[in-house]
Design a protein around this ligand. Structure first.
Ligand code: GUN
Length: 299
């Protein structure tokens, strides 16, 4: 009897976010290299960080590095933790009026008691590289031109690069945040998936996730989706950036080992969604620049 007779061969695809994002950045770099001759300058992204939240320090540094790799001019402004809201808002208004700035990103979360909503609505819509401005959110839900938020945009690109067409598929999203869960659910709907949006009050989550052909997890809880909660052949996108409480190591919202043995494809953490988010930020910055130099909002 063959050694392999009792084993079914499970072929798993690890979705390589690093490679897919590198390809996007390389293509953007090529585009940006032609801008000085054509437009007299390159795009300029200004990132604002308030306070010293350790995760935000790392994220902001990675955004600057990506800009450098793509050839996007970038400025990072760091304000103290106790910056008054009016001061932050007047800085944003100054950047709105600065013709040399194409994109403005204020890193979230903001320290209390700063109002994220007020900050986001103060950023000029045409410089909103995050796609968080109320007019951009409205554009997503009304299917009118808008800037797409980076993480959901990156997730849709990962699915496309993996050859997964959401059309007619059962897609389950865990998490209902403004940044990921809500917009990715809408984008999956627009791609003709049948979408279920789950959250902390969902009853019998496992019975819902077992129905999923595409599972997007943005719950913010380490390894909360385990192998018994998914069906064979599912495509799993893990948006989590957590610490394993046992090992202290970086991990996702999905228990990779138990889920990978059932999934057809799965994103790793790190190296999945994270790099795609940053590559999409680069793409959005180029889009904002092009709208500005071409004198129209056609997003
Ligand atoms: N914090 C976590 N994700 C994001 C993001 O996509 N944009 C901003 N501005 N802050 C974040």
């Amino acid at each position: 009897m063959s050694t392999f007779a009792n084993h079914s061969i499970h072929c798993i695809m690890i979705i390589d976010g690093k490679q897919i994002s590198a390809a996007l950045k390389a293509s953007l770099a090529e585009q940006v290299a032609a801008f000085p001759a054509r437009y007299g300058r390159v795009p300029h992204l200004t990132v604002v960080r308030v306070g010293e939240d350790p995760a935000s320090v790392v994220y902001v540094r990675n955004k600057a590095k990506a800009c450098d790799a793509v050839g996007i001019r970038n400025t990072t402004l760091v304000l103290p933790e106790d910056t008054p809201e009016e001061e932050l808002l007047s800085l944003i208004r100054r950047l709105n009026g600065d013709d040399t700035v194409d994109g403005i990103l204020v890193q979230l979360p903001l320290p209390r008691p700063l109002s994220e909503a007020r900050v986001i609505e103060t950023i000029a819509r045409e410089k909103d590289v995050d796609g968080f401005h109320p007019l951009n959110v409205a554009g997503l839900w009304q299917k009118t031109p808008h800037m797409e938020p980076c993480t959901p945009k990156g997730i849709m690109k990962l699915l496309r690069a993996t050859g997964v067409d959401p059309k007619g598929k059962r897609a389950v999203v865990i998490g209902r945040s403004n940044i990921v869960g809500l917009p990715v659910a809408k984008m999956l709907l627009d791609a003709n998936a049948t979408v279920t949006l789950c959250h902390t009050r969902t009853v019998d989550l496992a019975s819902v996730t077992r129905q999923a052909e595409i599972l997007v997890v943005a719950a913010g809880a380490a390894k909360m989706v385990t192998g018994d909660m998914v069906s064979e052949g599912v495509v799993i996108i893990d948006v989590g950036m957590d610490r394993d409480p046992q090992t202290g190591r970086l991990c996702g919202d999905v228990d990779f080992e138990s889920c990978a043995s059932k999934a057809a494809a799965i994103t790793p953490v790190p190296g999945g969604v994270g790099p795609m988010t940053i590559a999409c930020l680069m793409e959005n910055t180029v889009e904002c620049f092009l709208h500005r130099v071409n004198g129209s909002i056609t997003v």
